[in-house]
Design a protein around this ligand. Structure first.
Ligand code: ATR
Length: 274
């Protein structure tokens, strides 16, 4: 008997603008794999039963997106180290009815920099923002061995809470009003806020104090060239856009569900953007 077609999905609320179906759909077609990946709109109160139902239907697994990542951690049977420390699950593998959770956002973030950032120093990072995305990124920077990491956020209490969460003496917080001064000595600048996203105000930040060798990256990828990245390019910095994080975070899930480690290519980028 031929193997049954493998199924995966992304659960979100809303989910219609998720790019994951296009991303996984591209790989399924490209590698000629008999499988499917669909978007399933899942209100928060339905998350638990939807996960159980997918496991019963023989799904290989799923992604969780907003607003399910934190709740997902509570619902899985096993969680990997990254998801436990970050406090959020974005990838679930379903095996014999059990839900195995992981977080691949930190991996996606760092792999994007490794592949597209050239050689950059792990001396000092400045992270703008303190939401869910910042959590995964701070985890990635700590794991990557950054010597010091500063977090700055409009709401100071959230930056403090994030630093306290990791309880690592390489972390410090900086007042939002002092963010330009904090650019001194920074080798990696990361925007994790929604500023610069289509329809949102741009990030207000003069890059004059940022060392020329610093790499600048943004998790916003719509537009690809955010005002921050544009300003950084004009000042001669190397920049990495945020689309790569989305593409690389999808690699471990696809491999686990469909049995093939997929490549992130220019054609994939174009297919996801189209
Ligand atoms: P996510 O989980 O996707 O990171 P989030 O938790 O809503 O989303 O975080 C959004 C980030 O963008 C926060 O750091 C937020 O700052 P606050 O904690 O002060 O809300 C930041 N942000 C959003 N709009 C902003 C604005 N107009 N000025 C400064 N920061 C802003």
């Amino acid at each position: 008997m031929p193997n049954p077609s493998k199924k995966a999905a992304v659960l979100g609320y809303p989910v219609s603008h998720s790019r994951s179906p296009r991303l996984h759909g591209y790989w399924l077609k490209h590698y000629g794999i008999d499988g499917s990946y669909e978007a399933i709109e899942t209100p928060p109160e339905k998350l638990s039963e939807t996960l159980k139902s997918l496991a019963q239907q023989g799904f290989a697994g799923c992604n969780l997106t907003l607003p399910h990542k934190e709740e997902g951690l509570k619902l899985v049977d096993q969680a990997d180290a990254a998801s436990r420390v970050i406090g959020a699950v974005n990838t679930i593998v379903m095996k014999n009815g059990a839900l195995l959770g992981s977080n691949t956002d930190a991996y996606g973030f760092m792999e994007n920099l490794r592949q597209n950032g050239g050689a950059f120093s792990r001396e000092r990072a400045l992270v703008l923002g303190a939401g869910g995305a910042a959590r995964a990124i701070v985890y990635a920077l700590l794991e990557e061995g950054f010597e010091s990491i500063a977090i700055t956020n409009r709401t100071a209490g959230r930056a403090d809470a994030l630093a306290e969460h990791f309880a690592d003496n390489r972390l410090e917080t900086v007042a939002w009003e002092k963010r330009e001064k904090a650019l001194q000595g920074v080798s990696l600048l990361v925007n994790t806020t929604s500023l610069g996203l289509h329809g949102q105000p741009p990030l207000e930040l003069s890059l004059n104090g940022l060392p020329r060798e610093a790499l600048v990256t943004d998790i916003v990828y719509s537009p690809l060239q955010t005002p921050l990245l544009q300003a950084a390019l004009e000042k001669g910095h190397r920049t990495v856009d945020g689309l790569g994080m989305l593409l690389y975070q999808a690699v471990p899930g696809f491999e686990a569900w469909f049995g093939k480690r997929p490549q992130v290519t220019l054609q994939l980028r174009e297919a996801v953007l189209a």
